[in-house]
Design a protein around this ligand. Structure first.
Ligand code: F3S
Length: 393
């Protein structure tokens, strides 16, 4: 692998022991994947942020590091909100550990933005190279924004943050971004009235079939909130890093990709609309949770419109980036007046909030992860249904 003088200096330990270790991580990764060189990244998103997922071993490792990030670097959701965790009943010993994790990241210069939707708060353009690690953020960046990122592990993302580099392989190389499996719906017309929840259900089914292959969807016209929901679910039920939707996603509009879409031979899978309908149930939930991935301004507006003048009867959580408050204060007020809680920095999966409950959600990703990660029983519903059930209507 070719290293430039900057890479070599870091590898020689000229910028300290931590950066040397970080460069060793990147070089080893590059060798495993036959990368020819390291490339510069525009931003980094670091996962492994919740004490619930990294435990004492991760905390110890983080605390042993020194040095500062050299590119804008964001943190994934942590195990609790940074403010007001006491009111949510987060156990004190868990909170103490989480605060130590936060401090370790902050010391390294990682911004405690704590969100899986950093794309709403930073400008990402088609073709940008990134080193992001949360699976829904990765699939959104690659598919909806046309940026290029592999799904980094916690250590390799941190290494990219501290060096500004990542090995050039996988999703960074255009020829690896071509579709490998096609999906069509048995009744594509019906998808015209779908909400993000149905697209999440489609993602659950398609992801389980695709595994880590790159899907191409034909005959549907999802909007960005639907693409977000579908991608997050595919990255959870499978390991999909990128998908294309004919005529919709940015790369799908480029002649190079279009040509391959038309000329390459691929397996085509037909998903029956009835399979999607079967994922919706009428279980009685203990609580309602939306915001997986974290809500956008558009989703906050929708929620505010649905909740205005109503009162929730069940615990109702809206997971959001703290940055989402800016400019949305009115929407926040309306949602809070209903009794629903907007919770920052964390989420229904990485916090201990919903452990063991029956949870209604509009997220295909949460639906997939709630049983294993929270020992919870999930119910999938549209955002309108979540509000209806949450308000006892
Ligand atoms: Fe984000 Fe947590 Fe869902 S990190 S995508 S809200 S599982």
């Amino acid at each position: 692998m070719q290293l430039d003088s900057y890479d070599q200096a870091l590898l020689n330990g000229e910028s300290g022991e931590t950066k040397q270790k970080m460069m060793e991580i990147l070089v080893s990764l590059g060798k495993i994947y036959n990368a020819e060189r390291l490339i510069e990244v525009k931003s980094v998103q670091v996962s492994g942020a919740s004490y619930k997922t990294i435990g004492d071993t991760g905390l110890e490792w983080l605390s042993s590091l020194s040095g500062k990030t050299v590119v804008p670097s964001y943190l994934n959701p942590i195990g609790m909100p940074r403010d007001g965790w006491e009111e949510l009943g987060i156990p004190k010993d868990f909170a103490q550990k989480q605060l130590e994790v936060n401090a370790a990241y902050a010391k390294l210069g990682i911004r405690l933005s704590c969100t899986c939707t950093p794309y709403y708060y930073t400008l990402i353009e088609r073709g940008d190279h990134l080193a992001w690690s949360e699976s829904s953020a990765v699939v959104y960046a690659n598919s909806v924004l046309g940026a290029r990122t592999n799904r980094e592990g916690g250590p390799s993302a941190l290494a990219a943050a501290l060096t500004g580099k990542t090995p050039e392989y996988g999703m960074h190389i255009v020829k690896n971004r071509l579709p490998q499996i096609d999906f069509v719906l048995s009744e594509p017309e019906a998808a015209k009235s779908w909400t993000p929840a149905e697209y999440g259900a489609l993602g659950i089914i398609a992801g389980a079939v695709a595994g880590d292959k790159i899907p191409l969807f034909k005959g549907i016209r999802p909007k960005s909130s639907m693409l977000k929901s579908m991608g997050a679910a595919m990255a959870a039920s499978g390991a999909v890093p990128l998908f294309h939707v004919e005529d919709i996603t940015p790369e799908a509009r480029f002649p190079f990709f279009k040509k391959h879409f038309e000329e390459d031979e691929r397996e085509e899978i037909v998903i029956e609309n009835s399979e999607i309908a079967e994922l919706f149930s009428d279980l009685e939930p203990d609580s309602v949770a939306v915001g997986c991935p974290h809500v956008s301004t558009e989703e906050l507006s929708e929620l505010a419109a649905l909740l205005e003048g109503k009162k929730v009867k069940l615990p109702f959580y809206v997971f959001a980036a703290a940055d989402s408050m800016k400019g949305n204060e009115e929407l926040y007020k309306i949602i809070a007046a209903s009794g629903a809680k907007i919770v920052h920095d964390t989420c229904m999966i990485v916090s201990p909030l919903l452990e063991g409950q029956t949870v209604m959600t509009n997220s295909g990703k949460a639906f997939t992860y709630l049983p294993g990660m929270c020992k919870a029983i999930p119910r999938l519903g549209t955002i309108a249904d979540c509000v209806k059930v949450g308000c006892g209507l």
